[in-house]
Design a protein. Structure first.
Length: 484
């Protein structure tokens, strides 16, 4: 069992991160791109060892799950390296002095984004690579030029230490300062680090209670800091009458595949399926759920939380079980519950809270008006999905405002599990999905969380940062006098 990081070691880590902040901020985009590529190469070289460690600690299958997740992680690092090479993320903007400016003579003003400082990253438990030690938060913070203190998740401590050593050594060998990255362990250690004035921002992926507690600490500091928490989501799916008629059984099968994927331990798991009354899919749904093999949960704590949450929903008035969940030690078969729209509206908040695990709830609706009322009762989340037909544009258009209110990512005839890493990706949403609805934790825009803008007014060219000098030594794309 891994011991919590002792206070002397934590102090060395925090002091090292603070000392590395200046050199990291002064590094060039090309230099930081080389850092990220070096980390990706080191992880790829150690893939066999890392996948074996992850499988032993998390009960997740080595293939295709863990091998695919590690490949996603190294792809993500290289994608951020490419973003550094193109330079758009710095938002370099130049307004030359203009004596004829309509607001009166305009001074020379130049604006760009700079690293915010040392970042504390709380690793997730359900993705031991992609949202953990070398995951998206670490990659985006390093891309921004920020040192990272990584609070390891207790669900995979040995993997965290080994991955952390590879990340640190690869960064330093590629020219990064010594204190650029370190892993620490322990709940209290994470809280102590979050309160430390040397930490300039923090990120978190996990539960609503845990994330909210940390958010409150970050905002209660003498100098509050940004806290980017990704907390919870029920991810509703709406099936229209036209889609039901055209491909109802296929939708039922795909929905079951989505909510049971990875034993339902995804933040994007579809937890609610809205079907028209009299849908006739109970048989297809039961058959699809019964065909899903039992799967282990990540750890005992998550299994206990799942059992409690499922029992709470199961006991709500009006909820019926289409398929009961089964358990054999740490291994669970999925559960599928159902409730009418009227009973759902009467049941209150408890019936539509996140249940992290292989369970989902079918809700029937009478018409579009009732569907909108149902959706408007939901708390915001990460995703909202429509399974519909283009011939139903008028119906869908009437529902879209409710879905836009709910989520940061909308899907049409696809499924929310599976979050690709790209330039346009948005993995976030209003609270309680996240603590910062204007940000994303997946995709290249995630780097913006760890940057802050600075404007330079009237400075001579020799004193300007490289991103804003007239000769543009970094060859950045820039907006000059309003033109890109």
């Amino acid at each position: 069992m891994t011991q919590d990081t002792d206070s002397a070691t934590l102090e060395r880590v925090l002091a090292g991160a603070a000392a590395a902040a200046g050199p990291a901020a002064a590094s060039t985009p090309a230099g930081r791109a080389a850092w990220l590529i070096a980390v990706a190469d080191a992880l790829d070289d150690a893939a066999e060892e890392l996948v074996a460690l992850a499988a032993a600690e998390t009960h997740l299958p080595p293939a295709p799950r863990l091998k695919g997740e590690l490949a996603r992680t190294t792809f993500q690092l290289r994608l951020f390296a490419g973003e550094l090479d193109n330079g758009h993320f710095l938002g370099a903007t130049i307004d030359h002095a203009d004596a004829a400016w309509p607001m009166g003579p305009r001074p020379d003003i130049r604006r760009s984004l700079i690293p915010i400082g040392p970042v504390l990253v709380f690793a997730a438990g359900n993705f031991p690579f992609a949202f953990s030690v070398a995951g998206g938060d670490t990659a985006s913070a390093l891309a921004a030029g920020c040192p990272v203190v990584l609070k390891a998740h207790p669900g995979h401590p040995e993997l965290s230490d080994r991955t952390g050593a590879l990340v640190h050594d690869a960064l330093v060998a590629a020219g990064a300062p010594e204190g650029i990255f370190a892993v620490v362990h322990g709940v209290d250690v994470g809280v102590t680090a979050l309160r430390d004035e040397r930490i300039a921002a923090a990120s978190f992926t996990g539960s609503v209670p845990g994330g909210r507690a940390l958010f409150d600490i970050a905002n209660g500091r003498p100098s509050p800091i940004p806290f980017y928490g990704e907390l919870g989501s029920v991810n509703p799916v709406v099936v229209t009458p036209g889609a039901l008629a055209a491909r109802g059984e296929a939708i039922a099968k795909a929905y079951v595949g989505s909510f049971t994927l990875g034993a339902g331990q995804f933040c994007t798991k579809p937890g609610l399926l809205f079907l028209p009354e009299g849908h006739g899919l109970d048989g297809a749904l039961k058959e699809a759920v019964s065909a899903v093999a039992a799967q282990p949960m990540l750890n005992e704590r998550i299994a206990q939380g799942y059992t409690r949450a499922l029992s709470g929903i199961r006991e709500m008035p009006g909820v019926e079980a289409l398929v009961e969940s089964g358990q054999d030690g740490p291994v669970f078969t999925p559960a599928l519950l159902s409730i009418s729209g009227k009973e759902f509206l009467a049941a209150g908040k408890g019936v539509h809270q996140e249940c992290f695990g292989p369970a989902s709830l079918v809700v029937t609706y009478a018409d579009r008006a009732e569907l909108v009322r149902l959706l408007d009762r939901l708390e915001p989340g990460l995703t909202a999905t429509v399974q519909g037909e283009e011939s139903e544009a008028e119906l869908v258009r009437g529902v879209l405002p409710s879905l836009v209110r709910l989520a940061g990512r909308l899907l049409w005839n696809e499924w929310p599990t599976g979050v690709t890493v790209s330039w346009a990706q948005q993995h976030g949403g209003p609270y309680p999905a996240t603590t910062s609805p204007g940000s994303t934790s997946v995709g290249t825009a995630a780097v913006e969380r760890f940057l802050r803008p600075v404007a330079w007014q009237g400075f001579p060219d020799a004193l300007l940062p490289d991103a804003l000098r007239d000769d543009n030594p970094w060859k950045l794309p820039r907006r000059t006098d309003g033109r890109r």
